[in-house]
Design a protein around this ligand. Sequence first.
Ligand SMILES: *[C@@H]1O[C@H](CO)[C@@H](O)[C@H](O)[C@H]1NC(C)=O
Ligand SMILES: *[C@@H]1O[C@H](CO)[C@@H](O)[C@H](O)[C@H]1NC(C)=O
Ligand SMILES: *[C@@H]1O[C@H](CO)[C@@H](O)[C@H](O)[C@H]1NC(C)=O
Ligand SMILES: *[C@@H]1O[C@H](CO)[C@@H](O)[C@H](O)[C@H]1NC(C)=O
Ligand SMILES: *[C@@H]1O[C@H](CO)[C@@H](O)[C@H](O)[C@H]1NC(C)=O
Ligand SMILES: *[C@@H]1O[C@H](CO)[C@@H](O)[C@H](O)[C@H]1NC(C)=O
Length: 586
Amino acid sequence: MSLQYRSLFPVLWLLVLGSSRIQGQKNEDSNEFTENSSELLDLEHNSLAPQCPKKCACSPEGIVDCGGFSLKEFPIDIPEQTNHLSLQNNQIEEIFPEELARLSKLETLNLQNNRLTSKGLPEEIFDQLENLNYLYLANNQLTGAPKFLPRTLISADFAANNLTRIYDLTFGQKPNLRSVYLHNNKLEDPGLPENMFNGSDNVEVLIMSSNFLKYVPKNLPRALYKLHLKNNKLEKIPKGAFSELLGLRELYLQNNKLTNEGMDNETFWKLSSMEYLDLSSNNLSHIPSGLPRNIVLLHLEKNAIKSIGKDVLTQIKNLEYLLLHNNKLKARGIHPQAFQGLKKLHTVHLYNNQLEKIPSGLPRRVKTLMILHNQISEISRNDFATTYFMEELNLSYNKIISSQIHREAFRKLRLLKSLDISGNNLQTMPYGFPKNLLSLKLKVNEISSIPKGTLSGMSKLQELYMTDSLPFALFLQTLDMADNQLTSIPYDLPESLEYLYLQNNRITTVPEDAFESTPNIKGIYLRFNKIAFNAVKESTFQKLKHLQVLDIEGNFEFSDPWKNVDHSEEDMEEEEEEEEQELEEK
Ligand SMILES: *[C@@H]1O[C@H](CO)[C@@H](O)[C@H](O)[C@H]1NC(C)=O
Ligand SMILES: *[C@@H]1O[C@H](CO)[C@@H](O)[C@H](O)[C@H]1NC(C)=O
Ligand SMILES: *[C@@H]1O[C@H](CO)[C@@H](O)[C@H](O)[C@H]1NC(C)=O
Ligand SMILES: *[C@@H]1O[C@H](CO)[C@@H](O)[C@H](O)[C@H]1NC(C)=O
Ligand SMILES: *[C@@H]1O[C@H](CO)[C@@H](O)[C@H](O)[C@H]1NC(C)=O
Ligand SMILES: *[C@@H]1O[C@H](CO)[C@@H](O)[C@H](O)[C@H]1NC(C)=O
């Protein structure tokens, strides 16, 4: 077994990375086919070709680009041998069938972003285009799809029209069809044929987001790997709707009206290739059962989930990201074995729920736990007793008071790099912070005392945030942050401060205004830092009328006494195994 963790990356960077991975889905409104083809852009106007419509660019290879010229009409003199025709970004309202019929060699027809209406695009218009592979009609004003499209079609883009109807042969009987874009239309269930893809078994990508569908369409093609149905009015997933989609990898169902009654324990079960499932912003009251084992990223946020049962998650062996924020979870609603065996699960978002304590049985390999904005009031000794791999813990905006943090609560979190307890009710600095922390945030509390020892020995600490802790600013007299890795003097020190212990850090400069906010200071201890001669000015201290001790010795013969003492991987593994055995014995 090998232990994997990225050490010493800046915390924020990790966060950004993590979230961009989660949301790293390409905006479907900018699918690959809506870009200008570079081939077309390279053309010179009216160059080589003998006959080329005014304003267009033609190439001997049969490429004609008439894009972006505010054309109001379909050009009449397009060469017959044209195989790629771009008319995008114009103002064309109407096309006459005979104009297109001449162009039987067309493979690509790009008409996106025009003003075409269904009336202006007569039914028989595509009859003669026996070679058409790519048809782009996005951003027009079509209300009904063409009744017939050529059998040779590979990709069709009808996004952002006003489509309310699709017909049997719009997308049916097209063995080569791979991708269909229908998002941002006005499709309702009765507007779809019973078997929309009959004879089109190779469709892999189907995007129908932002329509008005109440049901998942029936008879979806078996080759699908990407199905987007977000922003509809889905209430129900009919039995078996997904049961043939063995290759489906990405399913977007977010922002619908799905309830648990609208699905059953077999709805998703057959989706054995599914890696990405988004059920967020629906109306689920519990996690659906029968989720398949290969899901990596599971979005369940923004539902009304109250509980997590014993067996709903444990079979998802590949789960890495579990997003459950903005639900109605209470700690007692989460079964203690709900996360058991999920060895890949490293990121769990539980923020904005109703947790009154840390749920027991947290996933043992969790690295990032976001549990902010709950009702947690205490941290008990064993809340984090098994989560050895935790690197980032955000407990901010709960109701934690200092005396309710057990002194040993964090003892196992040796890999923890970032801890945020801002926005709680801490009145004194708690004891027992993990010694390897890089970042500790305690903003917006009521800290008025920092007992000796609470902050010392954290030899890697790089960031300490205590600002906005208003009462802190009013009462704190002694701040002891000796023996850390601070590189600068903390900002916004409270006016009440009398003694500041910063010895044994890595402070390099003392800004002239460093003590402007502390007129009452009596002792400043800066011994053993890395301050250079010219980095301190006398004027910095001149105004401090009460200053009795300024200890700044030992700053110039600095040598590094802090060898990083990481607990070795073996230790961790051993310890985990021991605990595992203990558990098994029970
Ligand atoms: C596509 O072409 C139009 C017209 O030539 C131009 O205005 C637009 O910026 C191009 N878009 C891209 C993504 O290249
Ligand atoms: C399409 O829908 C938009 C928005 O509802 C509306 O403004 C527009 O008039 C519609 N166009 C047609 C051709 O129906
Ligand atoms: C599917 O297409 C076949 C012809 O290939 C036809 O016989 C059948 O009725 C169609 N099914 C539906 C449901 O439209
Ligand atoms: C779904 O539930 C039924 C009845 O409780 C059960 O027979 C079936 O095995 C379950 N299916 C799955 C995939 O769990
Ligand atoms: C969610 O479902 C509950 C019943 O389970 C229903 O009472 C409630 O109105 C639904 N909420 C929304 C926003 O649809
Ligand atoms: C914890 O969550 C709060 C609230 O979203 C956020 O502002 C803060 O940056 C988070 N803390 C860390 C260390 O990321």
